[in-house]
Design a protein around this ligand. Structure first.
Ligand SMILES: Nc1ncnc2c1ncn2[C@@H]1O[C@H](COP(=O)(O)OP(=O)(O)OP(=O)(O)O)[C@@H](O)[C@H]1O
Ligand SMILES: [Mg+2]
Length: 235
C-alpha cells in the first residue's frame, strides 16, 4: 500500500433491517483516498451518501467490510475523523467566535500567547476577522458554517467528512464558500469526503468522485475528464 493513503475502504456493505424486510443500501464498496484529496460523493436521494459518511465517522457499524484510516482500523468515533454536519447548530452558543475556536485549540494543547495567535490564524483562514467577538446567534448560516469548519480544521484530523454543508445557502454565499473551502483544504492538505447533490459543485471541488447508484457504484479517478451529462448518466 502507498504511504500516503489516508482512507481505505474494503468491501463495505450496509444492510438495514426493518422487521422482516431488508434494505441493502451500500454494496461491496472499495476505494482508497490519498492525503490531500477531495472525494465528492453524488447520487440520488436515499442512495446511501449519509450512511457512508456515518459509517466512516464511526457512528454506525457496517454490516460487513472495513474502514482503515491512516493505517488503523476504525472501530469507533475518533478525533481523527471529523464529521461536519449540515445543520449550523454545532457551535457553543455561550461562546463568541474566538471562544468557540479557542475551545478546540485549547484541547489540542495550545496555551497563552501561542493560543491567542492560533485563534487569530484560524479566524483569518475562514475570513471572519470582523466577526470574532460575535456570538453564534448573531451570525449568518454561512458564517456559522465557517466557524464550525475552522474548529474542525484546528483539530487537524486525518479526515474531514462534509455532508451537504452548503445546501441551505444562497447562490453567492455558496460560490464563495466553495472557493475558499477548496483553497483551505488544498493549503492544509486535509483529506475530505464531500457529499453534494450538485454536479457543478462536485466538478469544481473533486479530485476523485464516487457516484452511488442502486446496487452499484462508480469510483472516478479523473472527474475533470467528465462532462455534467456523462456524470448524470452514471446515476
Ligand atoms: N438507521 C436506519 N434504519 C433503517 N434504514 C435506514 C437507516 N438509516 C438510513 N436508512 C435508509 O437508508 C437509505 C439511505 O439513506 P441515506 O440517509 O444514507 O441517504 P442519502 O443518500 O444521504 O439521501 P439524501 O440525499 O436524501 O440525504 C434510505 O432509504 C434510508 O431510509
Ligand atoms: Mg444524506
Amino acid at each position: 500500500m502507498k504511504n500516503n493513503v489516508i482512507l481505505q475502504i474494503d468491501n463495505l456493505t450496509q444492510v438495514f433491517k426493518n422487521g422482516k424486510k431488508q434494505k441493502e443500501v451500500l454494496k461491496d464498496i472499495s476505494f482508497v483516498l490519498e492525503k490531500g484529496e477531495i472525494l465528492c460523493i453524488i447520487g440520488e436521494s436515499g442512495c446511501g451518501k449519509s450512511t457512508l459518511l456515518r459509517i466512516i465517522a464511526g457512528f454506525l457499524n457496517p454490516t460487513s467490510g472495513q474502514i482503515i484510516v491512516n493505517g488503523e482500523k476504525l472501530k469507533k468515533p475518533t478525533r481523527n475523523v471529523m464529521y461536519l454536519q449540515q445543520d449550523y447548530n454545532q457551535l457553543f452558543p455561550w461562546l463568541d467566535v474566538s471562544g468557540n475556536i479557542k475551545f478546540t485549540l485549547n484541547m489540542m494543547g495550545y496555551k497563552g500567547k501561542e493560543l491567542k495567535k492560533k485563534v487569530d490564524e484560524y479566524i483569518h483562514l475562514v475570513e471572519l476577522d470582523d466577526c470574532k467577538d460575535m456570538y453564534p446567534y448573531q451570525l449568518s448560516g454561512g458564517q456559522k458554517q465557517r466557524v464550525a469548519f475552522a474548529r474542525v480544521l484546528s483539530l487537524n484530523p486525518d479526515l474531514i467528512l462534509m455532508d451537504e454543508p452548503f445546501a441551505a445557502l444562497d447562490y453567492n454565499t455558496k460560490a464563495s464558500l466553495q472557493k475558499s473551502t477548496k483553497q483551505i483544504i488544498k493549503t492544509m492538505k486535509n483529506t475530505v469526503l464531500f457529499v453534494t447533490h450538485h454536479i457543478n459543485e462536485a466538478l469544481f471541488l473533486a479530485d476523485k468522485m464516487l457516484v452511488l447508484g442502486k446496487n452499484k457504484y462508480v469510483f472516478i479517478d479523473n472527474p475533470q475528464d467528465y462532462t455534467k451529462e456523462q456524470l448524470l448518466k452514471l446515476y
